[in-house]
Ligand binder design. Structure first.
Ligand code: NAD
Length: 438
């Protein structure tokens, strides 16, 4: 049963049962997305509580979901100090604030849907896995690519043996110059000390998918990459601290915040107070750019995460994989090429162009274009299925619906931490004990 039908049948089967009651911990961008998805799956789940410190955001959330005051908290600490009040929690706080609420949730017996990354250190990831083992509840990490319509098709075709055995994989993450500027120069993930390193923040999905697809332990990994461009050294003459400070090149700059946020690809991405967010005016946007982080010059900010990185991996049996993350692309889209003993498979997200493309070539020249049915929503419908599978797994007790449990996530996070060590230290990191090394 594929991801969609599992979710659909669970939804049908659970239609008469009481919906799973869920608390949202951190009602920011992702918490709001999860809450909306739960509300859309109304036969399966219901949002019944929230923990969120920002008063205006919390008040808007409470009003949207009609929450009673007893179920409203200003922090995850306050939420978990109260008696258990629902079945499950979604943890969508920022990266450095995952381990605390995740372990607290598991110790109190809540089922857990945890945003990626699990945590920002390997020790904390292990602590979450140990707490899950002790609790015995359902715990899912939001690795959306495992549930993404197109990537799920790649997994299905490979698992059916249609390209023989995997020999090597090449995956490309095109972050999009505008998305890179928004999130990794001006925004939440620009500084490692405030979030985590780039490979973990952005690409733990990719390393996770590669390891899921190969299905074998990773034995060696290395990596290269750096922050080459978004620094003072590259600031054009006449540029200013903010685009709105009279910058001499603003009109022709591809990273101009007024252009990106007013008329460009970021027009719906600027975080604004709830009172302005529903129908933001040009003036509201400009005011936010004059004072907030998103109006800063991309060469004069305080960012320190890499803008490009490559990772090379060797799995058991000699299967190899390469991964590239780059901020220097027009499109926000991923591509994977899988080369097997009997053929090759390429999947490419459409980005701005209509339609994702999945092409299977079997040696001898037979080429099959496999239809990937377009699906609305973030991550190729993956976020919706992450939530659907989580709720369905709790309702049915069927853990196999969770494609990305904490043990699987810990395994792929281990590769990500090792890759980052290799990048910093110029090493090849060995992940298997010496007795098992090639
Ligand atoms: N799966 C994906 O593809 C994906 C995509 C984007 C973000 N993420 C991850 O989701 C998480 C949230 O990202 P976001 O963009 O929603 O960030 P955000 O800043 O919009 O939301 C975080 C929220 O947590 C709240 N918060 C802070 N301290 C808190 C506390 N003590 N108790 C409760 N809430 C608290 C903040 O006020 C904020 O509303 C991050 O870990 C991020 O890496 C995952």
């Amino acid at each position: 049963m594929d991801a969609t039908s599992a979710s659909a049948s669970a939804r049908g089967g659970a239609a008469t049962a009481k919906p799973i009651e869920v608390a949202i911990i951190g009602a920011g961008a992702r918490g709001a997305t999860f809450a909306r998805l739960i509300a859309e799956l109304e036969h399966l789940g219901k949002v019944v509580a929230v923990a969120e410190p920002r008063d205006d955001v919390r008040a808007a959330f409470v009003s949207q979901y009609g929450l009673p005051s007893a179920n409203v908290f200003a922090s995850w600490e306050a939420f978990f100090a109260a008696p258990r009040l629902c079945d499950a929690v979604v943890i969508a706080t920022m990266d450095r604030d995952h381990v605390g609420p995740a372990v607290a949730a598991l110790e109190r017996g809540y089922h857990l849907l945890l945003e990626k990354p699990m945590a920002t250190t390997l020790e904390d990831c292990r602590a979450i896995e140990a707490a899950r083992e002790a609790a015995g509840v359902i715990a899912s990490v939001c690795h959306s690519l495992r549930y993404h319509r197109g990537f799920a098709e790649v997994k299905r075709v490979v698992d059916e043996g249609r390209i023989g055995d995997i020999v090597t994989i090449d995956q490309l993450e095109q972050v999009g110059y505008w998305h890179y500027a928004h999130s990794y120069v001006r925004g939440n993930w620009a500084r490692e000390d405030q979030s985590t390193f780039m490979l973990m923040a952005k690409s733990c999905h990719d390393i996770d998918f590669i390891s899921y697809l190969v299905g074998l332990p990773c034995q060696r990994v290395s990596s290269f990459g750096s922050l080459t461009y978004f620094n003072l050294e590259h600031a054009p003459a006449g540029s200013t601290a903010r685009c709105t400070d009279g910058c001499a090149v603003e009109m022709t700059c591809p990273f101009s915040a007024p252009q990106l946020y007013n008329d460009g690809p970021l027009r719906d991405w600027l975080p604004l107070p709830p009172s302005q967010a529903a129908a933001p005016t040009r003036e509201a946007r400009l005011s936010a750019l004059r004072t907030g982080p998103y109006g800063r010059c991309v060469w004069r900010s305080d960012n320190d995460v890499v803008d490009h990185q490559v990772v090379i991996m060797e799995f058991a049996g000699g299967v190899t994989a390469t991964f590239t993350m780059t901020g220097f692309t027009q499109q926000l889209a991923r591509r994977i090429r899988v080369h097997g003993t009997r053929g090759e498979l390429t999947f490419e997200e459409g980005g701005d162009s209509p339609g994702d493309r999945l092409v299977l070539t079997t040696f001898g020249g037979n080429v099959e274009h496999i239809t990937v049915v377009p699906e609305a929503g973030t991550h190729g419908g993956g976020d919706r299925r992450v939530v659907g599978h989580f709720l369905a797994a709790i309702a049915s007790g069927d853990r196999s619906l969770i494609l990305s449990d904490v043990t699987a996530s810990l395994a792929s996070h281990t590769i990500v931490f090792a890759a980052e060590r290799a990048r910093r230290n110029g090493t090849v990191e060995h992940l298997l004990p010496p007795a098992h090394r090639p």
